[in-house]
Design a protein around this ligand. Structure first.
Ligand SMILES: Nc1ncnc2c1ncn2[C@@H]1O[C@H](COP(=O)(O)OP(=O)(O)O)[C@@H](O)[C@H]1O
Ligand SMILES: O=C(O)[C@@H](O)C(=O)COP(=O)(O)O
Length: 424
């Protein structure tokens, strides 16, 4: 396998989002869960996205896992490795974007890393270093209430500087408008000044194409799906792609029952759960009772047992920001997140034991817990359900499964119904 592009993603939904973008742009892409144990089990690909669950773990562990993934990708020919972070730059001042970026940049031997989370297709744009979510700055968006990493500063030069050991500069929109050579020159100039990272403005896909052309010959970058798009288009223009890569891996229907799980508390997911009430039975977990030791998993599986033969069910822990804060104040942020993720993963395992073969999961950390519990190791890319959310087909499992791992913030109000229709 000689890869045109290698990617290390800090969560599983983010990895499937990026793999979807690369596939649509013309790179045959595989998503692996962690570093694969055996290369021979993987089909030929132009790009591999190694998905890690490293966004909210201690920084030194995130660095170690990311370095291992980067070494694996380089050994398979990836001259450029992109570190995939969230388009809303989800992180805390302790990391993990800064520490992982510092370590991978140094390993690549690059003096400076270009960084941009812009993803115009989903409304994420960067102007003068400030990240906008739709029409509002990041700190005024629903991300200000994220249960694990509330984002309270839209200025990414500042945010990244607090996490990185190096100084951070800016490649502004006027420079990007002058083209790839101007971007490359500005990157060199910032490196000369001693900057080790540069936030790059990008508002439209054309800006990301410029950035992709400017850095495709460098060894390392940091971004969300938009930068993946820019890099993929530059590589395809260079003859490194595959025609008809998109949606090719959907395969035969997998049959079995279908279900949805939601652990995301994002505004988009809360609306999607409300809309799903009209389409399927919905169980809202009693999270206070779960934290107090009640058998929420047993109750959820009993709920599913009574209904699964008639059609899909949705089981959700999701709650509004006030309820999330109240539970966290009582038990602590980490304990709440861990207990709920563990319960949803156990419910997923129970559902699969009951014949579920098509599973939709909302939430990045939640998807990580579920996929790990199910022991899934790699995915092939099927068609796109909504921007940033593809259908995934499990690889290397005797009985294949279809999954959709939805970033909390992605998808329209009808997401769950639409995903189930497309996975039928
Ligand atoms: N009712 C709740 N109260 C507090 N935390 C919750 C609740 N439901 C889920 N969580 C936790 O919130 C976090 C949501 O993160 P994640 O799954 O990554 O969603 P998103 O994709 O929206 O970021 C998880 O750790 C999850 O366990
Ligand atoms: O870039 C994005 O917005 C997504 O790909 C992503 O990383 C999803 O993270 P979650 O919202 O935590 O699922």
């Amino acid at each position: 396998m000689s890869l045109a592009l290698g990617c290390v993603a800090d969560d599983y939904t983010g990895a499937s989002d990026l793999a979807n973008t690369l596939t649509k742009a013309g790179l045959r892409t595989i998503q692996t869960i962690g570093v694969p144990e055996d290369d021979r089990a993987l089909p030929e690909a132009d790009a591999v996205v190694v998905a890690l669950k490293s966004r909210s773990i201690p920084a030194d562990e995130a660095v170690a896992r990311s370095r291992e993934a980067e070494r694996w990708l380089r050994a398979r020919g990836a001259a450029h490795v992109m570190f995939k972070v969230c388009s809303t730059f989800d992180s805390t001042d302790a990391g993990n974007i800064g520490p992982v970026m510092d370590a991978l940049r140094e390993a690549a031997g690059e003096p400076i890393a270009l960084v941009t989370p812009a993803f115009p297709e989903t409304g994420r744009s960067v102007y003068q270093g400030n990240l906008f979510v739709g029409a509002v700055p990041l700190n005024e968006s629903p991300l200000k209430d994220h249960p694990l990493n509330p984002m309270r500063d839209a200025n990414l030069v500042r945010v990244l500087a607090r996490q990185s050991t190096g100084a951070v500069g800016l490649i502004d929109t006027a420079t990007v408008a002058r083209g790839a050579e101007a971007v490359a020159a500005r990157l060199d100039a910032l490196a000369e000044e001693g900057k080790q990272a540069a936030i790059a403005d990008a508002i439209f896909d054309a800006d990301l194409e410029t950035l992709g052309r400017a850095i495709v010959t460098k060894k390392f970058s940091v971004g969300a799906s938009g930068l993946g798009l820019g890099l993929a288009r530059a590589l395809v223009a260079d003859g490194r792609g595959t025609r008809d890569a998109a949606g090719a891996a959907m395969g035969e229907p997998v049959g079995g029952a279908a279900a949805c799980l939601a652990g995301s508390c994002s505004q988009a997911t809360l609306q999607q759960i409300a809309a799903a009430e009209a389409q399927m039975p919905v169980l809202r977990l009693d999270t206070a009772a779960l934290l107090a030791g009640a058998d929420a998993v047993g109750e959820a599986l009993a709920f599913a047992d009574e209904r699964l033969t008639a059609g899909p069910v949705l089981i959700a822990s999701s709650a509004n920001p006030e309820a999330v804060r109240a539970l966290q104040a009582q038990h602590g942020v980490d304990a709440v997140g861990h207990a709920i993720e563990t319960a949803l993963a156990a419910i997923a395992e129970g559902l699969v034991a009951r014949g579920v073969r098509r599973l939709v999961v909302a939430g990045g950390e939640t998807s990580g817990a579920v996929v790990d519990r199910l022991g899934l190791r790699a995915f092939l890319l099927g068609p796109e359900i909504a921007a940033g959310v593809p259908i995934l087909r499990s690889a290397g499992r005797p009985e294949p499964m279809l999954l959709a791992l939805k970033s909390g913030n992605f998808g329209g109000p009808d997401f769950f119904g639409r995903a189930l229709d497309m996975m039928a």
